[in-house]
Ligand binder design. Structure first.
Ligand code: SF4
Length: 427
């Protein structure tokens, strides 16, 4: 299939080729999936999916059943009577939320999460959230966003959730300078980054989302923000509308990406370059040392990315530059050219980046190219394994702490493990 070049997307003859392949059938989980990591991060929030039994099954099986703790997600099931318009879904929802908040006084922030069924019956969750917020203020804040598979891929669910939170952030004083890190990070990663920023003398630093729902970072013209996740497009737009300024940087994956990401903040805060190097050198050296054995294992291996998590371009940069892998195709569901500019500039010349596309055509190309490693969604992994191709589940890269210096080795290991397994099977 010959895809059109996106005119003006990238400068220079040595740039990777970026093609938009249009829309087609795709094999990606819906945005509800992001509840799995969001509910672990925001520890006093509750996610109420307004959906079907299918939605309930998805969440239940993806997040597992917590036996010893009260769950912090649930599904308000839209019944046949609601779908047929025989019952007022708003009344039903008010009743469910009332019962939930009575039983769970620990909930401070409640998200009503839209699904395919709630969108099909045009249930206005924005109005419901406003009504319920008023009814339960000041104890509980009620927000809404869509996790529907009609609109979102699984990481975009997080983006929609964080964009809803931005509207709630308090206004910062005009002269107040601060750094905001945007995108869910595991607590261990957040703590490591906080320590590095403190040593660099950068502050105040806030994270969105934070662990505590009440801990809403102020935002205003003095706020600069760094994206920690590449799928935060709507959140970034909402922050810019509040006057904040995005710092251009690659994403904090691997020794190089983490250094450039921290450097963007250091430059914005006027940190002396000598001091920057002194602070980051030990951790950067540890990351490079952790990557070294995997480079021996992975160098020269050919990798193919199906579009899935939105992490594909930063991962491709890491795999090619720090681990010596050869990029056959880098598929990504959507490519935000502005947010990805620093990443695209680091990809090797001639790397093929494809936005969107049809899964059948991607499968054809993958089968023809026979990569050593295919990074794809769960639905494609087993059939490809059956055809003798070695796969890596891309969703694992979202569930695992992979950002920052100390996680660089673990991240590389995620790509080495399937190849090790394959070798053992062949012996
Ligand atoms: S939101 Fe849509 S795609 Fe996701 S589980 Fe529910 S019905 Fe399925």
């Amino acid at each position: 299939m010959s895809a059109p070049q996106v005119a003006g997307a990238l400068p220079g003859p040595d740039s990777p080729s970026v093609a938009r392949s249009g829309r087609g059938q795709r094999e990606v989980f819906c945005g509800l999936t992001s509840i799995v990591w969001l509910h672990r991060k925001i520890q006093d929030a509750f996610f109420l999916v307004v959906g079907s039994r299918t939605c309930a099954h998805l969440i239940q099986s993806a997040a597992g059943v917590m036996i010893f703790a009260e769950p912090r997600f649930a599904t308000a099931i839209i019944e046949d009577r609601d779908l047929a318009g025989l019952a007022d879904a708003n009344d039903e929802l008010d009743r469910v939320v009332g019962r939930l908040l009575e039983r769970r006084p620990d909930i401070r922030l409640l998200f009503l999460v839209g699904s395919c069924p709630s969108e099909v019956i045009k249930l206005d969750l924005g109005r419901a959230a406003a009504r319920l917020s008023q009814a339960f203020a000041p104890r509980v804040r009620v927000l809404n966003y869509s996790g529907s598979g009609i609109e979102t891929t699984f990481t975009e669910g997080e983006d929609a959730c964080l964009a809803a939170l931005v509207a709630e952030l308090p206004e910062a004083a005009p002269a107040a300078r601060s750094l905001l890190v945007v995108g869910t990070l595991a607590d261990v990663v957040e703590d490591q980054l906080r320590r590095l920023f403190a040593e660099l003398g950068i502050g105040p630093v806030c994270f969105l989302p934070s662990r505590d729902a009440a801990d809403l970072p102020p935002v205003g013209a003095g706020t600069v923000f760094l994206l920690a996740q590449p799928f935060s497009t709507a959140t970034a737009r909402a922050l810019e509308e509040r006057g904040a300024r995005k710092l251009a940087a690659p994403f904090p994956l691997g020794a190089e990406g983490t250094t450039l990401w921290l450097q963007a903040a250091a430059t914005a805060f006027g940190v002396d370059p000598m001091h920057f190097n002194r602070v980051v050198a030990p951790a950067r050296a540890r990351a490079s040392a952790a990557l070294a054995p995997y480079r021996t294992q992975l160098a020269g291996k050919r990798v193919f990315f199906f579009p899935d998590s939105h992490l594909e371009v930063p991962l491709a940069r890491l795999l090619s530059r720090e681990l010596g892998m050869q990029l056959l195709e880098v598929g990504t569901p959507q490519l935000n050219r502005q947010h990805m500019a620093s990443e695209l500039a680091l990809l090797p010349a001639g790397a093929s980046v494809r936005e969107g596309g049809d899964v059948e055509e991607q499968l054809d190309r993958c089968r023809t190219l026979r990569p050593d490693l295919t990074v794809c969604g769960l639905g494609l992994a087993n059939p490809l394994e059956a055809e003798g191709l070695t796969s890596k589940w891309s969703i694992e890269l979202v569930f695992t702490p992979i950002q920052g210096y100390e996680q660089a080795g673990d991240l590389a290991r995620l790509f080495a493990r399937p190849l090790e397994r394959q070798m053992r099977l062949r012996c």
